[in-house]
Write a protein that binds this ligand. Structure first.
Ligand code: 5MM
Length: 341
């Protein structure tokens, strides 16, 4: 079967990775948002989750730099306090609403320590419903431990990513393909580079076998970076150079855009790395931007802390981070801009 909606998918993918903007990953599942709310002492109720996300989607200065928002199943169905669907707020801000469709990582049978992402059963029907609810793109995340590479885990996850991406495109939805080599360990940058390359090569091979049109997808990879617990961590220039090198070796130029995850980097680190990649190579074959969760939301979460009177301060914190990352996505960020703020 050939896609008859490829030009629409390509237009959406281009909008999602437009120059100077990036994607807000606000698709924390209920368990993950619990961890975020615990840090700021906010009870994890449906109302608080709604209020928190409404605060961001109504932040005009912040949303100027946001091209798309990834939502969790609960959020795509929620209405703002005044009854406006949250999806409508995102559209009114000029961003594309998207949906996380994976059901999380599960232990891979007979492979201790390895995981495979689940969620393919019934996915075609779920895509039909999500499209009706306003989603124009989706996200599926697979994770890998760089200290224990496994051919079986890399292969199983690549196949699942490819089957998900094909189903998304069949239903008029742009797939974000997110293979994440985790940075939670003590590995050096060499290990991250090796495994990232392996994972990307396998993923694009499976996307090819599954007939996924590269022009109608977005890649969301990790950066090539030292593990958080490494005794010696590579600097900003090295991360930028090695990341660009691996991406160029693995990602065909038919892919319109690449939007990084932050993976546990500090806010400023994630911005500096993206900026340095553009400085290193101003003529990249794809648009290169951000799709950050933690690195965009840590500051506004802290400023908000569950209190209505803190909404303006939280929106200002969100606007600042979104603006800094927007600048980084065109190589125009400077450290001084952080201090000035
Ligand atoms: C926002 O967090 C996303 C959902 O995580 P769970 O499925 O664990 O609830 C996550 O997939 C996120 O989109 C990516 O990991 C990127 O977020 P970071 O924080 O790494 O930039």
């Amino acid at each position: 079967m050939t896609l008859n909606n490829l030009s629409d998918l390509n237009a959406i993918a281009r909008k999602m990775t437009a120059k100077g903007k990036g994607i807000l990953a606000a698709d924390e599942s209920t368990g993950t948002i619990q961890k975020r709310f615990d840090k700021i002492g906010v009870p994890n109720t449906e109302e608080n989750r709604r209020d928190y996300r409404e605060m961001m989607f109504r932040a005009k200065d912040g949303m100027k730099h946001i091209s798309g928002v990834i939502l969790f199943d609960e959020t795509i169905r929620q209405k703002a306090k005044d009854g406006t669907p949250l999806v409508k707020l995102i559209e009114e801000a000029g961003a594309v609403p998207g949906i996380k469709v994976d059901k999380g990582t599960k232990p891979l049978a007979l492979e201790p320590g390895q995981t495979v992402t689940e969620g393919l059963d019934g996915l075609r029907e779920r895509f039909v419903e999500y499209h009706k609810l306003g989603a124009r793109f989706a996200k599926w995340r697979a994770t890998y431990d760089p200290t224990k590479p496994s051919h079986n885990a890399i292969n199983a996850n690549a196949q699942a990513l490819a089957r998900y991406a094909a189903l998304a495109q069949e239903n008029g939805i742009v797939p974000i393909v997110e293979p994440e080599v985790l940075m939670d360990y003590d590995n050096d940058i060499d290990a991250c580079e090796r495994i990232t390359e392996w994972v990307l090569k396998e993923t694009f091979q499976q996307l090819y076998f599954a007939k996924v049109a590269l022009e109608g997808m977005v890649l969301k990879p990790n950066m090539v970076i030292s593990g958080m617990k490494a005794s010696k961590r590579a600097g900003v220039e090295e991360v930028a150079e090695r990341t660009v090198k691996v991406l160029k070796a693995c990602v065909p130029s038919a892919v319109p855009g690449i939007a990084f995850l932050s993976g546990g980097q500090s806010d400023e680190e994630a911005t500096a790395h993206l900026n340095a990649m553009h400085a290193f190579d101003p003529n990249l074959p794809w648009s290169l931007t951000f799709s950050y969760g933690r690195a965009l939301q840590a500051a506004p979460q802290k400023a908000w802390s569950g209190k209505a009177e803190n909404v303006p301060a939280a929106q200002a914190a969100f606007a600042h981070r979104a603006k800094m990352n927007g600048l980084a996505s065109t190589g125009q960020w400077k450290k001084d801009l952080e201090k000035a703020a």
